[in-house]
Design a protein around this ligand. Structure first.
Ligand code: SF4
Length: 401
């Protein structure tokens, strides 16, 4: 496997310090890294070193497999009772007449679901702002309507930020609330709203919404009900490396208890049109190092995902050599969360051949999965119409004399 060979080359490097060697040995022996070692990686692990370690872990866990799915998003509203400083997407309720705000009715959202009738999508991803009218009864009804219309469509919906608000308003416990959501048709939970768990940083960037403990608690309860979910971390703003390690550590600890997380998705802070626009964005090298260290540290997570609408398809492609084994889905231009924050992908949509091509071009194996990582199709040897038309050269106009 390339990963192990690459790691061998790195280990032969004369200039490697004792600490670097000890950490590499632990990774090779499949031993867990401590918090201090995680911090050491962030502070002293260069791109080549962390990348080689992460690639070895990635290939041990997933080989060359690189996963994607066919999905679309529904963002019910971008009006929100909260005012997170990093958010470029939301508008406060008093801005409801802003031309860039929206609040879909149930009928409008079901129209979006029907737009995909007959298309081979497997998942609808639902997240948005938090508003009082999108309450328990509303989402129960919405999930039920989706399931009545298309029972096979996987409903991956809402984060603990929304659930905490909805259940508090309904005066029910998290356990009762998640049970009702499950009954209504919720299949799994996306990873958003985690931001950064450290209370002081969280207070500065996302005051008022659910705390780290509440976020973790709702995931724990959902896992105990048999559900699966994802986890995220918003990085590259005012947090320090020690806060990232703390965040990863808390996720790893919950995963030890429940095993319910499927994938970890680092979310990059983007600085357009939000209250933290004065902060510079992370460089691509820092993004790749962050993927790599996440892969190394989260030894009990099966998958690390690069969300391509956030970092663009080029960096997503590069991330596949730095621990990432999943690049999300086709999306079909149905999310505005990152395009409104200044991401390169202003109309994010990729066809299946485009996604497959992106993965093949870096020598990985493109695998279409469902939300729960069941393999639907291995595209390694699939030939698309587009491939047949490609003849390996461009015809140039020939001037006849
Ligand atoms: S990040 Fe979410 S909770 Fe915070 S303001 Fe934006 S939409 Fe609302």
């Amino acid at each position: 496997m390339r990963g192990i060979e690459q790691l061998d080359t790195v280990l032969k490097h004369q200039a490697l310090s004792t600490e670097h060697r000890q950490i590499a040995d632990k990774v090779l022996q499949q031993e867990r890294l401590s918090r201090d070692e995680g911090l050491f990686l962030f502070e002293h692990g260069d791109l080549a070193y962390t990348g080689a370690l992460a690639n070895a872990v990635r290939e041990r866990k997933n080989g060359e497999n690189t996963y994607f799915n066919r999905n679309f998003h529904i963002e019910p509203t971008n009006l929100c009772v909260y005012d997170c400083k990093f958010c470029s997407y939301s508008r406060l309720i008093k801005q409801r007449n802003d031309p860039n705000s929206w609040a879909f009715s149930m009928a409008e959202m079901m129209d979006i679901v029907r737009r995909y009738d007959g298309q081979p999508v497997t998942e609808v991803h639902i997240v948005g702002g938090v508003l009082p009218q999108y309450d328990l009864a509303f989402y129960q009804e919405f999930f039920q309507q989706i399931k009545a219309h298309r029972p096979d469509l996987h409903v991956k919906a809402l984060t603990p930020v929304e659930y905490h608000y909805i259940f508090k308003k309904a005066k029910i416990s998290y356990t009762e609330g998640m049970r009702l959501m499950k009954e209504a048709g919720l299949d799994s939970m996306p990873g958003g709203g985690a931001e950064i768990f450290d209370p002081e940083i969280r207070e500065q960037i996302a005051a008022d919404k659910c705390t780290a403990e509440q976020w973790l608690d709702i995931h724990r309860i959902w896992h105990e009900l048999g559900g699966r979910s994802n986890a995220t971390m918003l990085y590259g703003h005012i947090e320090q490396f020690k806060h990232r390690v703390d965040h990863l550590d808390q996720l790893r600890a919950l995963q030890d208890q429940t095993g319910g997380f499927q994938t970890f998705i680092p979310l990059k802070f983007r600085n357009q049109d939000n209250q933290m626009s004065h902060l510079p964005e992370n460089t691509a090298v820092e993004d790749l190092r962050n993927y790599a260290i996440s892969r190394i540290y989260l030894d009990n997570f099966d998958h690390i995902k690069a969300y391509w609408p956030m970092i663009g398809r080029t960096l997503a492609q590069m991330s596949l050599a730095f621990g990432v084994d999943d690049i999300d889905g086709t999306i079909d231009d149905t999310t505005k969360i990152y395009s409104m924050a200044g991401a390169e992908e202003q109309n994010p949509a990729l066809s299946t051949p485009q996604l497959v091509d992106l993965i093949r071009k870096v020598g990985r194996r493109p695998i279409e999965r469902d939300t729960l990582y069941n393999i639907l199709q291995d595209y390694t040897d699939v030939e698309f119409e587009e491939d047949k038309q490609w003849r390996g050269y461009y015809e140039l106009p020939v001037v006849q004399q």
